[in-house]
Write a protein that binds this ligand. Structure first.
Ligand code: NAD
Length: 483
């Protein structure tokens, strides 16, 4: 009986794998036939996508609310606007991005003309996470389409409503051989990762990023890995404390702390730490209400995505408190509604997991410091962060910290906002990611920059064998004067 069931499951999955392979083959055939298509064709695809996004705003609001009670304003600001902004920026700049770039010859290359052509990589796989499921699926899709690729998208199984919406929306807009959505979890991901894609754009955790990189290496597929980690914040004694606390409270508790670039923990200079903690609490009260009941009822405070993550975050808090950390805020959690109140912790012992694991929830540890050099040592003892934030009016301190602490990106006197700057590359370094996205950098991630040299005068031909004394002298002369 058991083996029959197992056999049945096996064959259903084999069918699924076959259908995934069929879509991939169709995309490869189309990519080879169309070679990315003309600018006009790409623009037309972007137009269709834009119309579909606009037509699905209400559906997205419903789907996001059903997944984890994402507030409407956050959906507008963090899911829809950035995607439409990315699309319109690509549309506006596509002519410039697609144009081949002539480069001047170097001395040894005299007699040749040279150019760089951006060509589509071919068929790309986008694997996206659940926390901004719409944005982090469609943002890379826009770059991939602009660069002329065909795309298979695997959205997260943890936000089934938004994933389902993406699937129906993109099915309406594109043929499966252009853009296809493969819904599902681990098995689907693994089936996709067996295929020889031309590029994989993965957004998710560093742990799964390693699995993706390993799978990609089997086909030597290029990867962009947009990963996570702990993004630290420093608030020094010269900072505008009220503003810093307000901005950090916003950046931390938006999406319930489930943001890859959320401030993870804050180092505060000890003479301003109490003031900072008071200001944080004032802002939490102002944003979400003064009582636990008000915070639970607030429509502006979303929820933890599922029970597994709820238990993960509460166990991080419990371990810290058991080890002696002090909770500065009203502590409340409700498993039924996956609610964890905004939580600020102080005196967290260094060996607690909350100080080494990405928190990814509404919990903010504060760490008092005296010397900036101690902060630098502490941050640099951990993997390189995705984002680093510093609040200070002292330019010397700011430069010192930027110089000493490597991170994917950095913001001075604010947080999160760099994600919205379409002209900046966005991405991590080391454990927090490989490669860049957004705007032109996203277009380049899905493009192959092909060098094309056209020869006009055959100077190099004078160096062919037989290597006479004259050729040898010329080779030495090149080394001395032209190289
Ligand atoms: P995750 O790594 O668990 O999952 C991401 C995607 O990978 C999902 O589609 C999932 O189905 C798939 N996946 C999961 N396990 C897999 C496996 N073993 N093999 C192949 N595919 C697998 O991440 P998540 O929980 O969805 O998202 C949270 C993480 O993503 C956090 O670490 C966060 O910092 C990071 N993140 C980074 C960015 C960024 O832009 N750098 C943005 C958002 C989230």
């Amino acid at each position: 009986m058991d083996s029959n069931v197992a056999h049945g499951t096996h064959s259903i999955f084999d069918e699924r794998k076959t259908s995934i392979r069929k879509i991939f083959d169709a995309q490869v055939a189309r990519a080879r036939a169309e070679r990315g298509g003309s600018r006009q064709q790409r623009l037309e695809k972007l137009d269709r996508l834009e119309a579909a996004i606009i037509a699905n705003v209400d559906a997205l609001r419903r789907a996001s609310a059903a997944d984890f009670r994402k507030p409407v304003t956050e959906i507008e600001l963090s899911e829809i606007s950035p995607v439409l902004g990315e699309l319109r920026h690509a549309r506006k700049n596509l002519r410039k991005w697609m144009k081949s770039r002539r480069v001047r010859p170097t001395l040894t290359m005299l007699g040749n003309t040279a150019e760089i052509r951006c060509e589509p990589k071919g068929v790309a796989l986008i694997i996206s996470p659940w926390n901004y499921a719409f944005n982090l699926s469609l943002g890379p899709l826009i770059s991939a389409i602009a660069a002329g690729n065909n795309v298979m998208i695997k959205p997260s199984e943890m936000t089934p409503n938004v994933s389902g919406l993406l699937s129906t929306m993109l099915q309406d807009v594109f043929e499966e051989s252009e853009v296809a959505v493969i819904e599902g979890g681990l098995e689907e991901s693994q089936a996709l990762l067996e295929l020889p894609f031309d590029h994989i754009f993965f957004t998710g955790s560093p742990q799964v990023g390693r699995i993706v990189a390993e799978a990609a290496s089997r086909h030597l597929t290029s990867v962009t890995l947009e990963l996570g980690g702990k993004s630290p914040v420093v608030v020094d004694e010269t900072a505008n404390i009220a503003k810093a606390a307000k901005r950090i409270a916003w950046g931390k508790f938006i999406n319930n702390g489930q943001t890859c670039i959320a401030p993870d923990h804050v180092y505060v200079e000890e003479t301003v730490c109490s003031e900072f903690a008071d200001e944080l609490q004032k802002n939490i009260d102002k944003f979400f209400g003064q009582s636990t009941e008000a915070r639970m009822a607030s429509k502006d405070y979303c929820r933890i995505v599922n029970l597994k993550h709820f238990q993960r975050v509460t166990s991080l808090i419990d371990e810290a408190i058991d080890a002696g950390a002090r909770c500065l805020t009203l502590e409340k959690r409700d498993e039924d509604s996956l609610f964890i109140s905004p939580t600020v912790l102080e005196n967290v012992p260094d060996n607690c997991r909350i100080m080494s694991e990405e928190i990814f929830g509404p919990v903010l540890p504060l760490i008092r410091y005296q010397e900036l050099s101690d902060v630098v040592r502490d941050i640099n003892s951990r993997p390189k962060p995705l984002a680093f934030y510093v609040y200070s009016k002292n330019r010397g301190n700011v430069e010192y910290l930027l110089q000493e602490i490597p991170s994917g990106d950095a913001v001075v006197n604010h947080n999160l906002i760099h994600f919205l700057h379409k002209r900046l590359p966005f991405g991590g370094i080391g454990n927090s990611g490989v490669g860049k996205s957004h705007g032109h950098h996203g277009f380049l991630a899905f493009s192959h920059e092909r060098s094309v040299v056209s020869n006009h005068i055959g100077l190099v031909d004078q160096l062919f064998p037989p290597y006479t004394p004259m050729v040898e002298r010329m080779a030495v002369w090149i080394r001395r004067f032209l190289s």
